[in-house]
Write a protein that binds this ligand. Structure first.
Ligand code: RRO
Length: 304
């Protein structure tokens, strides 16, 4: 099965990306995996200022997946420019890279785009509108307010020629509307979905995570991500990127059938950093076995 796919004016050698926050900025994994065997990866979300992140423990496993509250730990705009993006520019050749952006205000997204747009080494931005763990901002994520989605994507679009993905929330009461708003505002693609808000408690009533609540990922997120992709597909023509519980080839194929042109892997690659590479190779084998000529032939089409 041919795995390569042409999107956003470039070639992805396979449809498997590592999700934001699971591979740092690539360099953190350099002794463990060759990121250039992947279709691509998304960096940690970059904020204007460096962030130390939330109190430990930041992740906790449970039967159906994982709860995290990392709290946007990242080196900030200047740190990313100075220490992280140059490594990507010098070392990543074949994987397509998206820089994830997280603002606390609408204007902060614009400052982030302005501050990073002329750096080298990446294809585009994944505008993270759906972080469930931003204690500094508080309140619901921007993705749950269609007006904010529209303003943020419009402003980022006006400031960059690069590919812009908008990362949306799983708990959106009107996802079709948000999908339409993000598309009309100029997003080139949509990433569906971020983690679902959740809480794990110990028997003494204390939260398992230092920050209290967090975001649920892993197998439990797969039906939620698939539903979101399938629900979004008729409402936009732009490519969709499916995230949530992608572990094995049938999971990725299910996302393609729902309408995702690419998939991202998060929790699976926490447990095994080589999971992305294994998935790409597993997909090729799955396609041979099932006589499917190409990944692209599996991807359900969007709105006409
Ligand atoms: O850093 C985090 O705690 C985090 C982010 Br920015 C996000 O978008 N989704 C998530 O589950 N955790």
């Amino acid at each position: 099965m041919r795995l390569d796919t042409e999107l956003f004016g470039v070639r992805f050698q396979n449809p498997v990306l590592l999700a934001a926050s699971t591979c740092g900025f690539g360099m953190e994994l350099q002794d463990v995996i060759d990121v250039d065997v992947l279709g691509g990866f998304v960096t940690k979300s970059v904020t204007l200022e460096p962030r130390a992140g939330n109190a430990a423990p930041r992740v906790s496993e449970f039967g159906a997946g994982m709860l995290n509250s990392i709290g946007l730990a990242n080196p900030g705009l200047e740190g990313a420019r100075r220490e992280k993006l140059p490594w990507i520019a010098a070392n990543v050749r074949r994987a397509q890279v998206f820089v994830s952006l997280a603002g606390h205000t609408v204007e902060e997204y614009f400052q982030l785009v302005e501050g990073l747009d002329d750096a080298d080494g990446f294809l585009g931005f994944e505008v993270n509108l759906s972080c469930p763990n931003d204690a500094k901002r508080g309140g619901p994520p921007f993705a749950l307010d269609p007006e904010s989605v529209s303003r943020i994507v419009t402003g980022c679009r006006a400031r960059s020629q690069r590919t812009i993905l908008a990362k949306l929330a799983p708990n959106d009461p009107d996802l079709p509307n948000t999908v339409k708003r993000a598309t009309e505002a100029g997003a080139d693609g949509l990433t569906l979905v971020n983690t679902v808000p959740g809480l794990l408690l110990r028997t003494d009533g204390a939260a398992e995570l230092g920050a209290g609540p967090g975001g649920v990922s892993g197998p439990a997120l797969r039906p939620i991500g698939l539903r979101a992709v399938a629900m979004a597909r008729p409402h936009t023509t732009v490519p969709l990127v499916g995230v949530g519980g992608v572990f094995a080839p049938p999971d990725a194929v299910a996302y393609a059938r729902a309408g995702a042109s690419l998939v991202q892997m998060g929790t699976a690659s926490f447990a095994d950093p080589r999971a992305g590479d294994k998935l790409a190779r597993g997909l090729a084998k799955w396609g041979r076995h099932n006589r499917v000529p190409s990944w692209e032939s599996l991807v359900a089409k969007g709105a006409a």
